[in-house]
Design a protein around this ligand. Structure first.
Ligand code: NJP
Length: 231
């Protein structure tokens, strides 16, 4: 398991996952829209990795990123579906454009990345898809209708995918974090009121654990919460 593509690698949880895996000598494809953030991260990680400036809602950009990754590394061992956005508002205050944009990133983007790379995983008869979903794929709350709907859909899509890929020896693991201190939903990290949130590194450690189980073991689902947060 050497070659890992991480979506949403430019900051937050994706950056922490990339930093953790870079420290272990893996080859990384760092995928996000912000070229400057990806370049900054790559520099921090020793300029050894492949920057993939990609909007995951755009099929042609995903195809190009996938081709660049496979040309450089020869095969894909791990896909980390991490890119995602949030919006929390009463139903009647959500614009159609906002609905489409969020669904396109959280659901269609995950679908497009999987659709592009699954044939490769099936041919190799090995690999691992690890996705950062959300604990709200399993519960709902007021003003969370759009975000929860997207995470329920992403979860259902990936769980069905797990059943399709199991016979090919390809693992599919879904990780469900609770409140995590990142840039999510335009937040500023490291504020005193978020001191008890999960850290991005907590999720990176969970991804690391998930990847390093023995060959005969798959982590289907892993839920993480900060101790103070009710499920
Ligand atoms: O958020 P943030 P997190 N195409 O904003 C990228 C879930 N989660 O790390 O494109 C490609 O710091 C964006 O890069 P850029 C959450 O739903 C979080 O917290 O350059 N990439 C950036 O790298 C999400 O699935 C919490 O703007 C796109 C990254 O996504 C995952 O955790 C709780 C993109 C977002 O970094 C990581 O979020 C929970 C696009 N179209 C679940 N749009 C939490 N933080 O509390 C965005 O339950 N990105």
């Amino acid at each position: 398991m050497k070659n890992i593509l991480i979506s949403g690698a430019s900051r937050g949880i994706g950056e922490a996952i990339a930093t953790n895996f870079a420290g272990k000598g893996y080859n990384l494809g760092l995928l996000a829209r912000s070229k400057s953030d990806l370049e900054k991260l790559n520099q921090k990680l020793g300029n050894k990795h492949l920057i993939l400036v990609t909007d995951i809602t755009k099929e042609e950009e995903i195809k190009e990123a996938s081709n660049l990754f496979l040309e450089k590394f020869g095969q894909i061992d791990v896909l980390v579906n991490n890119a995602g956005i949030g919006l929390f508002r009463e139903v009647e205050k959500i614009d159609l454009e906002e609905w489409d944009k969020l669904m396109n990133v959280n659901v269609r983007g995950t679908f497009l990345l999987c659709k592009e790379l699954i044939p490769q995983f099936k041919t190799q008869k090995m690999g691992h898809i690890i996705s950062i979903i959300s604990d709200v794929a399993k519960r709902t709350f007021a003003q969370g209708s759009l975000y929860c709907a997207s995470k329920f859909a992403q979860d259902a899509f990936l769980s069905s995918t797990r059943s399709e890929l199991r016979p090919f020896g390809v693992k599919v693991s879904n990780i469900y974090p609770g409140l995590t201190d990142t840039y999510f939903n335009d937040a500023t990290p490291n504020q005193p009121n978020k001191a008890k949130y999960l850290k991005a590194t907590d999720i990176a450690n969970a991804v690391d654990y998930t990847l390093h189980t023995p060959a005969n073991v798959v982590v289907d689902e892993l839920i993480l919460h900060p101790l103070f947060q009710e499920y």
